[in-house]
Design a protein around this ligand. Structure first.
Ligand SMILES: C[S@@+](CC[C@H](N)C(=O)[O-])C[C@H]1O[C@@H](n2cnc3c(N)ncnc32)[C@H](O)[C@@H]1O
Length: 245
């Protein structure tokens, strides 16, 4: 597989990575939740709970979930901290409309705002949020460093930033097993179940080239985040990073 950090969803598409990512998530938004559970075999719920635990331990008054997608993390967070103002931001209207449906007619409508926006140009003033998360979003950013700089800008001093992202197991035999799963099984599941046949190939290719572990820690530190830590999850197929400002 080509080790190209500029991997984009559609090979023949003329648009930027950002335009392609938006289009792809609009296309797959309808069955994203269902396929997500299948692909991760439900383990993603365990990882998400750990992220929520990390954030709730800080009792933030304001919380931003970037690349919120269909809003699962924001919703789970709202259940745990009902007095915290929550914003979920995403590029894709398709994904956001699924998120909005989940809060429609519930009391959460007052607590959570789902807004369209770009992580690389956040529509918030400096130091706006005491907690920020991105789950399975940063590897889709067109410009990772720009996105992370924007996150640092809107994070309040002393606030907490948590990333949940796929990573690649480094030890035998998990490395080899993961290779087979991500290169053969995952794209096949996408091909069979998703309307967008190439989306799941992109998702696995982009995971294989994205910096993880110490490499991502170094990028976070270079941007200016403090107390950067990472914890590999489930044999290293995902990693949780935490940092502050
Ligand atoms: C794999 S989904 C993850 C959704 C959700 N956070 C989750 O954990 O299920 C990635 C999301 O990132 C969003 N995204 C990608 N680039 C973005 C950007 N520059 N700004 C905001 N959202 C972005 C996509 O639209 C998509 O909804």
């Amino acid at each position: 597989m080509k080790k190209d950090p500029s991997i984009t969803p559609y090979k023949d598409h003329q648009g930027s990575k950002k335009e392609q990512v938006e289009e792809m998530f609009d296309n797959i938004s309808g069955n994203y939740d269902g396929l997500n559970r299948v692909i991760s075999m439900g383990i993603d719920q365990k990882w998400r709970k750990k992220v929520i635990d990390l954030i709730t331990s800080k009792q933030p008054k304001s919380y931003l979930d970037i690349a919120t997608g269909t809003g699962d993390l924001a919703l789970q967070f709202a259940e745990r901290l009902p007095d915290t103002k929550i914003v979920g931001l995403d590029l894709s209207e398709g994904m956001l409309s699924m998120a909005r449906k989940k809060v429609e007619g519930t009391s959460l409508q007052q607590q959570i705002d789902f807004i369209k926006g770009d992580s690389e140009a956040l529509p918030f003033s400096d130091n706006s949020f005491e907690a920020i998360t991105v789950s399975f979003g940063i590897r889709n950013f067109q410009n990772l460093e720009k996105g992370l700089s924007e996150i640092l800008r809107v994070l309040a001093p002393g606030g907490i930033f948590v990333i949940l992202e796929t990573s690649v197991p480094t030890k035998f035999p998990f490395k080899q097993g993961y290779g087979v799963y991500s290169k053969a099984i995952l794209p096949l599941i996408g091909k069979i179940f998703s309307k967008d046949k190439v989306a799941y190939r992109y998702l696995s290719e982009s995971a294989s080239v994205f910096p993880f572990g110490e490499k991502l820690n170094n990028i976070l530190q270079k941007i200016g985040f403090k107390q950067v830590e990472h914890k590999p999850q489930t044999l290293g197929v995902a990693t949780i990073y935490s940092a502050t400002k």
